[in-house]
Design a protein around this ligand. Structure first.
Ligand SMILES: Cc1ncc(C[n+]2csc(CCOP(=O)(O)OP(=O)(O)O)c2C)c(N)n1
Ligand SMILES: [Mg+2]
Length: 651
């Protein structure tokens, strides 16, 4: 049965003249034991909520997963798809992609992240088991990781977090083949992986990854552990290849016609390419059906459960009916009382209104809880042994946190948000990107969003981050200006199922700018006219976040000098881009002079101000000083904005 994985992988890579046969061939034995004896799944129902999650962290081994999906009878993976490996429109993308291929649980390929994502899946499982009971939620998360996954730094964050949280239903099978692309692992690594996992609180075991008895005993051992488990599977890359077994050249290239023919011969596998003998297909299909009875029993339990309706709603990702009642009251209060505070504090207040109303929300922070305002008072912490808590102490692990949040969202039933300093979104960016690519609902609460950080200095002051993040497809970058916009942005973030949200929030206090009640969520338009000109506008000022109030002050000054000026707030460029052309043209307006102000770099602002507009912002890194002094020194002031407008008017 394992040889079926090997030949399919060889053949598909040969046909595509592209791909990675070595890993699937090396881990075929471990995969076969797992998928025929341990993994809980039903090939007929890939989205069964209580299935085990299988994560191929070594995503280059995609043919391993596609072979398994085909052999076990997943409908989305007929042989035609295997033959179209890596081709346009196929289900067999170069690396596995979630929501593209039924049976793929997460997108993998960026090494290490699959493992870190799986940690989040295991966290979500524990939480939901605690919320709904083990009758409805009781499954494991299985990860296959390679040497590359374990070399990547994010594996450290993932492993230590999982160890601390005692995620006993998480098992990593390490493809310990001593090979990476460039050659033997020892070219670049002499560490002791087993000792490393052990030090992080994992149960560890080393086996021969080609000995079926050892594999079976190790997997049986793993499910009995009271902590996460690592099985180091000593394997040969390209196992079974006639002359290339163990050779790093099998990692990422077709084996070639001669080698494949010799391998078939040696295996005693005379069939044509892609042809599978019935006696091999039958037991594989039977394995794919084995879970059906468990799935049906589970469905019966769900049907009889008092939790049925809520469980189904949560797993579908729908919000409770009254999710935003308290938030609406909070917005009305903010319009009336005009609170001046940092937008991170406004975010905390919005959370106070949202968190009790949406039980799926699970918060956390990378060790900056007090600064990020992510903690809602009296929330129990998520931790062993019962995991009912809804606040995660992620520790100083921005990347690990962001990847875990992706995994939680993919698992379903929870809506994760997590805080960090915005400048360190550089650390979590690979996971933000993967989340955007996958299309998951994750909220990155990123505070301290500019030189407004002040005294901590340029290491802590984002400058180019907004531009870089706005360039990322399918990420909503929100930079709200006050309490009302912050609440509006939170609402959009939670209502948007397939796009992650990035909240850029300030450390420093800002005045209220939305002081008139609106009958719609204006931030949902991405940009809108906040303050009209006294007559036909000569100047339009664009700003986001903390600079909106600067634009309003500049407007006052210009109007006092007889220059009709309007102000546009731009809390989310991506949503603005999605508006009808007519609306966009109207917001941009026809004023002859356009000026933007933002405490970041200009890159991208042409979208609003055109090539000949003026920009007031940052040109280099920040500095250490109180925030007000920095705004003055770097020339981000109402006077500078008014002067820039006048210079353009005069020109
Ligand atoms: C973050 C990241 N860096 C680099 C790569 C390119 N890459 C793909 S596989 C690989 C080597 C992986 O070695 P290992 O995990 O041991 O896989 P094996 O060769 O044993 O299949 C590299 C460098 C990647 N996919 N992701
Ligand atoms: Mg390897």
């Amino acid at each position: 049965m394992a040889d079926a994985i090997r030949v399919l992988s060889m053949d598909a890579v040969e046909q595509a003249a592209s791909g990675h046969p070595g890993m699937p061939m090396g881990m075929a034995d471990v995969a076969t034991v797992l998928w025929t004896r341990f993994l809980k799944y039903d090939a007929a129902k890939p989205d069964w909520a209580d299935r085990d999650r299988f994560v191929l962290s070594a995503g280059h081994g995609s043919m391993l997963l596609y072979s398994l999906l085909h052999l076990t009878g997943f409908k989305g993976m007929p042989l035609e798809q295997i033959k179209n490996f890596r081709q346009w429109g196929s289900n067999t993308a170069g690396h596995p992609e979630v929501f593209h291929t039924p049976g793929v649980e997460t997108t993998t390929g960026p090494l290490g992240q699959g493992l870190a994502t799986a940690v989040g899946m295991a966290m979500a499982e524990r939480h939901l088991a605690s919320r709904f009971g083990s009758d409805l939620v009781d499954h494991r998360t299985w990860v296959m990781a390679g040497d590359g996954c374990l070399m990547e730094g994010v594996s450290h964050e993932a492993i230590s977090l999982a160890g601390r949280l005692k995620l006993a239903k998480l098992t990593v099978m390490w493809d310990d083949n001593n090979v990476t692309i460039d050659g033997p692992v020892t070219l670049s690594e002499t560490g002791d992986q087993i000792a490393r996992f052990k030090a992080a609180g994992w149960a560890v075991k080393a086996i021969d990854g080609h000995d079926v008895g050892q594999i079976r005993r190790a997997l049986a051992w793993a499910v009995k552990q009271d902590r996460p488990s690592l099985i180091a599977c000593k394997t040969k890359i390209g196992k079974g290849a006639a002359t290339m077994e163990g050779n790093h050249k099998t990692h990422g290239a077709a084996l070639g016609k001669t080698e494949i023919a010799a391998t078939r011969e040696q295996m005693g596998w005379p069939q044509e390419p892609f042809a599978l003998p019935d006696e091999v297909v039958k037991p594989w299909r039977a394995a794919g059906r084995k879970g059906r009875k468990h799935r049906r029993a589970w469905e019966a339990r769900l049907a009889a459960s008092p939790h049925k309706a809520v469980f189904e709603r949560a797993l579908k990702g729908d919000l409770p009916a009254d999710a935003f009642a308290a938030l609406d009251r909070h917005i009305a209060d903010a319009v009336a009382n005009k609170p001046a505070a940092a937008t991170r504090q406004h975010s905390g207040s919005a959370l106070d209104a949202l968190f009790p109303a949406i039980p799926e929300m699970i918060g956390g922070s990378a060790d900056l809880t007090g600064s990020n305002n992510t903690f809602v008072k009296n929330t129990p912490v998520f931790d062993a042994p019962d995991y009912a808590g809804r606040y995660v102490n992620y520790g100083v692990r921005e990347f690990g946190m962001a990847a875990a949040m992706n995994g939680m969202a993919l698992h379903g039933g929870v809506i994760p948000y997590g805080g960090a300093f915005m400048v360190f979104s550089d650390y979590s960016r690979p996971a933000i990107r993967l989340g955007a690519l996958m299309g998951v609902r994750v909220v990155h609460v990123m505070t301290h969003d500019s030189i407004g950080v002040g005294e901590d200095g340029p290491t802590h002051q984002p400058v180019e981050h907004l531009a870089g993040l706005r360039a990322m497809p399918n990420l909503n970058v929100f930079r709200p200006a006050d309490a009302v916009e912050t609440a509006e942005c939170w609402r959009i973030a939670l209502e948007t199922k397939r796009t992650p949200a990035f909240m850029a929030l300030s450390r420093q206090k800002v005045p209220a700018v939305r002081t008139v009640a609106a009958d719609e969520n204006l931030s949902a338009k991405g940009a809108y006219e906040l303050s009209a000109a006294s007559g036909p506008a000569k100047v339009t000022l664009f700003a986001s976040g903390t600079e909106v109030s600067i634009a309003l002050d500049a407007q006052k000054a210009l109007e006092a000098d007889g220059v009709p000026t309007r102000v546009v707030s731009t809390p989310c460029w991506e949503l603005f881009e999605a508006q009808p052309a007519k609306y966009r043209a109207q917001v941009i307006g026809k004023a002859p002079v356009r000026v933007a102000v933002e405490a970041g770099v200009r890159f991208g602002w042409e979208r609003f101000i055109g090539e000949d507009g003026a920009f007031v912002g940052m040109q280099g890194f920040g500095a250490s000083a109180p925030a007000e002094r920095l705004y003055r020194e770097f020339g981000i002031t109402a006077e500078a904005v008014a002067a820039a407008a006048k210079a353009k008017l005069g020109a």
